[in-house]
Design a protein around this ligand. Structure first.
Ligand SMILES: Cc1cc2nc3c(=O)[nH]c(=O)nc-3n(C[C@H](O)[C@H](O)[C@H](O)COP(=O)(O)OP(=O)(O)OC[C@H]3O[C@@H](n4cnc5c(N)ncnc54)[C@H](O)[C@@H]3O)c2cc1C
Length: 436
């Protein structure tokens, strides 16, 4: 298919969400000389940490390398589950009890984001319509079924299995081998949610300093000197909230998170009957492929927002759009001829135990490693970290773990790792689909 056949004449290589809120610096805020806490990274985690600290009486400054919201927080698919995609593995859990605690906290992350949106009346198209996980292979359906009990018992997922014969109740496609419906899930407009948090922080007088890349962090006595391109902050504590954009300023953390590109396209507005027929309950969809795809309708229910790991290495969204488009047609052949108006990318951060982490390393606090599912989770970890620093946490968060593993063969540079992992995952996907 020629590229020109799939791109709309109004096509833009930028997030569809930026039509509503594009990260910008309306007013350059000076970097203050002192703050009780310096937060590095101005995404959901950074903003939520700063807001919670402020509520608890501690002043924080947010230092963001680019425009506030430049990172994944205005680029994502806006699919919200209990912080973990239903079906993720959490291989790092050492015991059944630990797994239960992780699920319970992931469930709390959903409660928290819903509460933040409701209490602050954030207008972000919050739609609590559930999600459907499509089984890519027959055996994936059985594997999903085994997770049903724990998900319902510990993560309040309100989930049930849907066999292939009834799949068309959920999706106008025969592509999957049945799947799982989780009713306690939602979707939102990620950039409007971000803007809502930004407005809360700004109204509280929190300094959100854009274009203030942190270049060095040094401990001087009991204080931290956080150097940015626009001045130095002296702070009592430092939070690293850089997720898939973690860099050389924190080398020990950099080698514990693997940045992976995730890619999205948005279609043009479709005729209403076609658009509403695709997912009759307006749920979000993901599948169990290792090289996963995920999709949902836009807030007005007229466009399909379709995403996936089209490529593992960090690539131009113009190159990945045709791959996503073909994946979309594989699931919905009825969309042939529908054009793409937007294509974009952003970084997620994977960890070696597949668990998101908060904690402290080299004296620095961190909330990192969304593993691709961080709208609720990074909101939650930022908030939990703030409570911990303020001494206001009334229990130990399950994601605050003693161990944050790296890998002996990974030095923080994904250039060699991703080209190896991509074909390996694709081969395993192919085997699963072919053999069973
Ligand atoms: C394409 C895509 C689709 C996704 N879809 C979903 C989804 O549907 N559902 C879901 O739950 N999750 C999804 N995610 C994941 C989710 O978006 C992230 O987990 C979440 O936004 C991470 O928030 P954060 O605050 O931790 O990091 P980010 O929002 O990425 O912010 C980190 C910030 O740190 C800044 N930074 C880095 N280094 C420095 C420095 N030295 N100095 C100052 N600032 C620095 C960066 O500029 C960046 O703005 C998706 C992600 C992507 C990219």
């Amino acid at each position: 298919m020629a590229r020109s056949d799939i791109f709309h004449t109004d096509f833009q290589a930028k997030p569809f969400w930026w039509e509503a809120y594009q990260p910008t610096i309306a007013k350059a805020i000076d970097v203050p000389h002192t703050a009780r806490v310096a937060v590095i990274g101005g995404g959901y985690a950074g903003l939520c940490a700063a807001i919670e600290l402020h509520k608890l009486g501690l002043d924080a400054v947010v230092l963001e390398a680019a425009e506030p919201g430049f990172g994944a927080s205005t680029r994502n698919g806006g699919m919200v589950s209990g912080g973990t995609s239903v079906g993720k593995r959490y291989t790092g859990a050492n015991s059944k009890e630990e797994l239960e605690r992780l699920y319970a906290d992931a469930s709390d992350s959903f409660t928290l984001i819903e509460q933040i949106i409701a209490e602050n009346r954030i207008d972000c198209e919050w739609t609590r319509s559930g999600r459907f996980g499509g089984a890519w292979a027959r055996k994936h359906y059985l594997q999903m079924a085994k997770k049903l009990g724990p998900l319902n018992d510990y993560a309040d997922s309100d989930a049930y299995m849907l066999p292939k014969e009834r799949q068309r109740d959920e999706i106008a496609s025969d592509y999957y081998h049945g799947g799982m419906v989780a009713k306690r899930a939602a979707h939102l407009h990620p950039a409007k949610y971000y803007k809502g948090l930004l407005d809360i922080a700004t109204a509280r007088g929190i300094a959100i300093c854009g274009k203030a890349p942190v270049t060095r962090i040094a401990q001087v006595g009991a204080k931290w000197h956080v150097e940015t391109g626009r001045g130095t902050v002296e702070a009592g504590d430092v939070i690293i909230a850089t997720n898939g954009y973690t860099g050389d300023v924190t080398p020990n953390l950099k080698r514990r998170v693997v940045p992976v590109g995730s890619y999205l396209i948005a279609t043009e507005q479709m005729p209403e009957d076609l658009a509403c027929s695709l997912m009759p309950h307006n749920r979000s969809i993901y599948d169990t492929r290792r090289v996963l795809t995920y999709y949902r309708m836009s807030g007005d229910r007229r466009r399909l927002i379709f995403g996936g790991r089209a490529k593992f290495s960090l690539s131009d969204p113009l190159d990945t759009a045709p791959i996503l488009y073909q994946q979309m047609l594989d699931r919905f052949p009825q969309l042939a001829g529908t054009k793409i108006t937007h294509a974009w990318t952003g970084n997620v951060a994977f960890t070696f135990d597949e668990v998101p982490h908060m904690g402290r390393m080299d004296g620095l606090h961190y909330a990192l490693g969304c593993n691709g599912s961080g709208v609720a989770m990074m909101t939650y970890l930022g908030t939990q970290l703030a409570r911990k620093i303020a001494g206001a946490a009334n229990y130990a968060c399950a994601f605050d773990r003693a161990e944050f593993p790296g890998h002996p063969l990974y030095n923080g540079d994904p250039k060699w790792l991703l080209p190896v992992i991509g074909p390996y995952f694709r081969a395993r996907d192919w085997l699963d689909r072919t053999l069973g």
